[in-house]
Design a protein around this ligand. Structure first.
Ligand code: BES
Ligand code: MN
Ligand code: ZN
Length: 482
């Protein structure tokens, strides 16, 4: 699906030849004299386009217009959630029509946020997973022309939104793939493919390298599976060496059975999504490859399966992490924090300006925040502020969570420096407290995306979150430095 930006006002939109003209209307619509404009006024006056956000009016071969079909979309006050509602409803309506070309127009100049939500919603609603379906009905939309009255102002936000869509779709592809089609080796190859783009480099470490580094926590998780582990390191170099990078660490558990502390059978298939953090890092690098911004970014992905093989780590085993801290593994299903803690120690070598890890870490975070907002934890005020802004501008939402030291009490044990689990209360926070022990040397943030990375039920599938959030965050660092 390609995107093109056009300079179009409501009068010019009527002359656009396309399969479908999607006209997004706000409640402050001002009628002009063009045929399209008078059609809209009549429809509004007659009440045929309700003023409720998400209302649609579908018109076939409208007289005097060049489009084969016109869909009027009511956005109401035009706030982001209503833009999403409107575009999602319109694209869902068109699914059976199989349009190849859509022209998307705004009745008045949108801001970057409205444009971003419109494009990401269009992409999300028209997305089709096809890789392992032999007769998939793939997406028919080949070209989306985006008409705005202020196209020169919108060129940069447009490019950023299109790059975000590319990143989201790469993340969805990898997160959606079944675990036997998305092993650590597959992820490593995907990362290496990204390194074909300018300014991107990729290195993949194997068992021997990880042993040499002393990543005892990561190794303990990987031991239960015959599938070889990979430690993936990506670099995007868009600024001079003197500029410290931001490091993104993605949890890459390609399947989480729980290990010896095995999970119940129901919905265990969804643990193929347990590498969604890793997928989001790949997605961000895809977007960086397209945008080529002036920043330095490092991506780290500890990737392995968590299985109960005969060599698997056992409850009560004590391992030594790369940091030197010993860990008593009381529950082998709390594996995400084990692979992450060694990657967080490894991140120190880049002398980063900030480190952000992204993980489907805890069921408790799903209970706390559901699927609307990802949980965000940080020890750094500047990062917390930048993430709050990125959350708003990307509409890939997160919410600040606490890190009081009292939450770490339950991680105490007589047999090691720290245990890998505490009790059930505050489970998302105690997991973050565990990670925090490994992050003393840089500003750090942690995103728990267990609720936001995929949807269950009939609409089961990866969301591509939080690629939008991450991209907005890393790009905000660029403007701050410049
Ligand atoms: N990958 C899971 C977290 C998860 C569970 C995400 C369900 C989304 C839905 C993680 O590895 C895990 O198993 N966490 C345990 C931690 C517990 C043993 C302290 C959990 O949340 O149950
Ligand atoms: Mn687990
Ligand atoms: Zn897991």
């Amino acid at each position: 699906m390609n995107f093109e930006l056009l300079d179009l006002d409501a009068a010019q939109a009527g002359h656009e030849k396309c399969d479908v003209l999607l006209m997004l209307l706000s409640s402050s619509f001002k009628a002009g004299r063009s045929p399209l404009s008078s059609l809209i006024s009549k429809a509004l006056k007659a009440g045929d386009l309700a003023d409720k956000p998400g209302s649609l009016l579908d018109i076939y071969r409208p007289a005097g217009l060049a489009c084969a079909r016109l869909v009027l979309v009511q956005l109401g006050d035009g706030k982001p959630s209503n833009v999403r509602k409107g575009v999602t409803a319109a694209i869902a309506l068109l699914k059976s029509a199989k349009p190849r070309q859509i022209t998307l127009c705004f009745d008045q100049a949108p801001d970057g946020q409205a444009l971003h939500v419109a494009l990401t919603s269009l992409a999300a609603t028209s997305y089709v997973y096809a890789t392992t379906v032999s007769k998939a009905e793939v997406r028919t939309i080949a070209l989306v022309k985006v008409g705005v009255p202020n196209s020169t102002d919108m060129a940069a936000p447009f490019a950023q939104s299109v790059a975000t869509v590319r990143g989201i779709e790469l993340a969805k592809e990898w997160a959606n793939r079944p675990a036997n089609h998305a092993t650590p080796s597959h992820l490593a190859r995907a990362a290496q493919a990204l390194a074909k783009s300018p300014r991107i480099k990729c290195e993949v470490m194997n068992l021997k390298d990880v042993e040499k580094l002393g990543m005892g926590a990561f190794l303990a998780v990987a031991k239960g599976s015959a599938e070889p582990l990979k430690f993936i390191e990506l670099h995007y170099k868009g600024a001079p060496k003197s500029q410290p990078p931001v490091v993104l660490v993605g949890k890459g558990i390609t399947f989480d059975s729980g290990g010896i502390s095995i999970k119940p059978a129901a919905e265990m298939d969804e643990m193929k999504y347990d590498m969604s953090g890793a997928a989001s890092v790949l997605g961000v690098f895809k977007a960086l490859a397209e945008l080529q911004p002036g920043i330095n970014v490092v991506g780290l992905i500890p990737a392995c399966e968590n299985l109960p093989g005969s060599r698997a780590v056992k409850p009560g085993d004590v391992v030594t992490s790369m940091s030197g801290q010993t860990i008593e593994i009381l529950n082998t299903d709390a594996e995400g924090r084990l692979v992450l803690c060694d990657a967080l120690t490894y991140a120190e070598r880049f002398k980063p300006q900030a480190v952000l890890d992204i993980a489907t870490l805890t069921g408790a975070c799903v209970i706390a925040l559901g699927g609307v907002r990802s949980g965000f934890f940080s020890n750094d005020a500047a990062m917390t502020a930048a993430m709050a802004q990125a959350s708003e501008s990307s509409q890939d939402l997160c919410w600040p969570m606490p890190l009081d030291d009292d939450y770490a009490e339950g991680l105490k044990t007589n047999y090691a420096d720290v245990a890998n689990v505490a009790g059930r209360p505050g489970g998302a926070i105690t997991a973050a407290k565990f990670l925090q022990r490994f992050t003393g040397k840089y500003p750090w943030g942690h995103l728990d995306i267990a609720g936001s990375a995929w949807k269950s039920g009939a609409a089961k599938g990866a969301t591509g979150r939080p690629v939008g959030l991450l991209l907005h965050y890393v790009l905000s660092l660029q403007t701050r430095v410049a």
